[in-house]
Design a protein. Structure first.
Length: 118
């Protein structure tokens, strides 16, 4: 069993930056892909970014060039999401999720609110 806890959300002005953290407890963290998703009010949850166990990354087109997963810390069992040049449309609850490659995201955090004011 893996438990994920997000932190770092908050209120920021457009153009600002935030760094989200996803801390995991449980076994075999280094074997999991860790993804970031978000859900805005009235919208479906959408993919934001993912880092695989071998530190490969992939990003949604809407955040490419602005959001980055810089690394994963397999000692602290933490993955970060650096968010720059934030826009009001980035406002959402951000979730991290974990899963073994090829098996989907089995484990989800509770989410952290990010609000970008214009």
């Amino acid at each position: 069993q893996v438990q994920l806890v997000e932190s770092g959300g908050g209120l920021v002005q457009a153009g600002g930056s935030l760094t989200l953290s996803c801390a995991a407890s449980g076994r075999a963290f280094s074997s999991y892909s860790i993804g970031w998703f978000r859900q805005a009010p009235g919208k479906e949850r959408e993919f934001v970014a993912v880092m695989t166990p071998n530190t490969g990354t992939s990003y949604a087109d809407s955040v490419k060039g602005r959001f980055t997963i810089p690394s994963r810390d397999n000692v602290k069992n933490t993955v970060y999401l650096l968010m720059n040049s934030l826009k009001p449309e980035d406002t959402a609850v951000y979730y991290c999720a974990g899963g073994l490659p090829g098996r989907g995201f089995e484990y989800w955090g509770q989410g952290t609110q990010v609000t970008v004011s214009s």
